[in-house]
Ligand binder design. Sequence first.
Ligand code: PLP
Length: 384
Amino acid sequence: MEVDLSTLAAHAGARHEHGGPSATPIHPASFYLSAGDPADVPYAYGRHGNPTWEALESALGQLESARALVFASGQAASLALVLALATGATTTAVAASPGGASLGARRRFVLPHDGYYGTRKLADLLRPLGIEPVIVDMTELVSVERALTAAPSVLWAESPTNPYLRVLDLRALATLAKGAGSPFVVDNTTATAALQRPLDLGADATITSLTKAVSGHSDVVLGAIATRKDSIYDAARNWRANAGLIAGPFEAWAALRGLKTLPLRLARQSESALALAEHLVTHPKVARVHHPAVDPRSRALAERQMSGGFGPLLSFEVRGGADEADRVVAAARLIRPGTSFGGVESSWERRARWTSETAPPNLIRLSVGIEAVADLSDDLDRAL
Ligand code: PLP
């Protein structure tokens, strides 16, 4: 039965067996009772599998019409995917590329210049192992094409980007990646599967930090990948089991509970974020606003590839420097100071306080929660 995404999210992951619990149980187990060939039992050791992870994976997989894997964090998911693509998995695009390039050659990772700084940092840390990060402005498709054709690569995009909320043309990027025989990964953390399905637009895999909107209550650190390619799934799963990049069952359970209300929360958060972004555009204390829909071209692209909202994030540059921005953050009464985003409570921070972040010193990233938008607007105005 074809149902709406919100219906899917509310029911996803639950087994609904007669006499069984309605809610998914938590299975804290380091090992499962077994003897003889471990392949004869569904679970043998806690690092290899867990029923609570699987419930969450089944739910995430349904939202993306794919197979999903959960990891200890978004970064652990990214690491597993980098290792999978650099060491073993093949995609149809790769297999079909001239010479059938092996993934052993896929050490070059083309990354967005304005995306999450942690991804660039992770790729940088892997340089001694032969990983080569190539940073490009992905709004310039010519630059992406040049970067991809220079050598066998992986294209790793993020849209909307964090913290600039730039919207990248995922379909166009997928076409370039396919033409170059490059696996195409999309970091879908800011939108989530509730607002954007990159696999439908041509991506080979998505990575999502579940720490953010998917769990939604600022009480979990967790990550996931989703893919329709068995080779990527198998290689990432292999890395998870052998490197121990595993999720805790309690975290998986909390994320599954959060996922049920994800479309509901994001609809409200997206609507409020857009209203606040539009309000800030004319605010005398604000020099620039970044949001997927404040620029008409970006909005048109976002409307083409997203549905149900533009997400809970916006960022803006206050007039003045870092001190002025710090004063604004400290002056709020409702909006909580701190990093991370996507939770039910609004929060914000001056991004450049993180040394690896490349955002300007006066940029504040605001994550809009589920509070009444009038209260948030009052709080913003008072702080500014
Ligand atoms: N991707 C994006 C876009 C993020 O913003 C983050 C964290 O902020 C991550 C990945 C990493 O996720 P985690 O903090 O769960 O490791």
